[in-house]
Design a protein around this ligand. Structure first.
Ligand code: ZN
Length: 113
């Protein structure tokens, strides 16, 4: 699962920003193709025992959309995206190119005061 690797990178960056201080909130933006339960599970696992252990994870989802010549125009689900910049149209099953964008992005590391 590449999701866990992405969360691991995000946790590393957040830990570096915290520089040893306890963190209250970690705010992230994630594609709806990146399941929130996977995000939370991986975060809990990777944050355990570190400065993020007590941090609250705030996740802000955004839709990854596809407009296909077959007429489909809508949000994609996790299984529709088959690789970076590539998705399978849920309607006609054709391979389509989608805009490459970060599926997971760190927005804020708020320190405990
Ligand atoms: Zn289509």
């Amino acid at each position: 699962m590449h999701e866990v690797g992405m969360v691991a990178e995000l946790v590393d960056v957040a830990v570096a920003r915290a520089a040893g201080r306890p963190v209250a909130v970690v705010r992230v933006r994630h594609a709806t193709t990146f399941p929130e339960d996977v995000l939370r599970q991986a975060f809990d696992m990777l944050a355990a025992g570190g400065p993020l252990a007590a941090a609250q994870l705030l996740a802000e989802p955004f839709e990854v959309r596809l407009t296909c010549p077959c007429g489909f125009d809508g949000a994609l689900a996790h299984d529709d995206v088959v690789g970076p910049g590539t998705a399978v149209c849920p309607s006609c099953s054709a391979l389509r190119t989608i805009a490459r964008q970060a599926e997971l992005e760190l927005l804020e590391v708020r320190l405990a005061s």
